[in-house]
Design a protein around this ligand. Structure first.
Ligand code: FES
Length: 279
């Protein structure tokens, strides 16, 4: 792992009121990063340690791209404080086992919500591996869409789904998956990143077709090094630590009920912290 002490913010793009992108200059980390890995950042000295999936990396520019959804106290703090010209107090990584980019010939790469950005480098990696890539991404509505051109440049087919039908297919990403499966019949693998409820739905959509489905889990993390046990998840009846054994797992084996239960555990404290920060 790489640890340094100066993390300049070189780009910030706001995609919507809640979603924004930061590009951080860190040539060594950009060189080491692989799709599927994550970093832990601290906005300031007193900040919480925030695990964020690496949304993209640019080895030439020496940058790491993070896409953040400002939903809780720490992410809203990031939204308020992180500006071009400023720095992050801390960023450690790349952590986690890189996604295994298989030799699948035809894959569906699915991203929803916060998962749209990190599915991009995976789609690109499959494309570079010679696969036929079908991208399926879900947004609440048309005004929240981002990176469409990036996806189109690496996907052979690209399907946008919106909850309200304001762009693309009206409905959930699972409808996009089902449509693609019906049309192709020879899908080797599905990779899905997004909220647990979405990843579970994706795994259920592919289960009857016996299509290998990989998901990227996002449990609560503290140290990110396998010591605290905060990120433990149940996969195939076994306990795994997402930070060192994952974050990618076989979606058909993940106990999503357990994951969602654990994610809810600190909700009252998270709410309280957000309210105190808001005041
Ligand atoms: Fe502590 Fe994984 S975050 S063990």
């Amino acid at each position: 792992d790489i640890v340094s002490s100066d993390f300049p913010i070189v780009t910030r793009t706001d995609f919507s009121d809640t979603t924004f992108l930061l590009e951080i200059l860190h040539p060594a980390m950009a060189k080491a990063a692989k799709p599927g890995q994550f970093v832990i950042v601290m906005v300031n000295e007193h900040g919480e340690r925030i695990p964020l999936t690496i949304a993209d990396f640019d080895r030439q520019r020496g940058t790491i791209t993070l896409v953040i959804q400002a939903v809780g106290k720490s992410s809203r703090e990031m939204q308020a404080e992180c500006r071009v010209g400023g720095t992050l107090f801390g960023m450690v990584g790349p952590m986690g086992i890189p996604s295994h980019v298989s030799d699948a010939k035809k894959v569906i790469c699915v991203g929803g919500g916060l998962g749209v950005a990190p599915i991009f480098p995976q789609a690109r990696a499959f494309k570079e591996n010679g696969a036929y890539v079908i991208g399926v991404v879900g947004f609440r509505s048309a005004n929240l869409i981002f990176w469409e051109h990036k996806f189109r440049s690496v996907c052979d087919e690209f399907i946008i789904c919106t909850d309200d039908g304001s762009a693309g297919l009206k409905g959930l990403v699972t409808q996009g998956i089902e449509g693609a499966i019906a049309e192709h019949g020879d899908i080797d693998e599905v990779v899905a990143i997004g909220p647990p409820i979405m990843m579970r739905a994706c795994a259920e959509a592919t289960r009857p077709h016996k299509i290998k489905t990989m998901v990227s889990l996002n449990p609560i993390m503290v140290d990110g090094t396998g010591m605290c046990g905060g990120c433990r998840v149940r996969v195939g009846g076994r306990i795994k630590f997402a930070c060192v054994d994952g974050p990618d797992f076989d979606g058909h084996a993940v106990d999503f009920d357990d994951l969602m239960q654990r994610l809810k555990r600190y909700r009252p404290q998270e709410q309280q912290s957000l309210e105190q920060w808001d005041e």
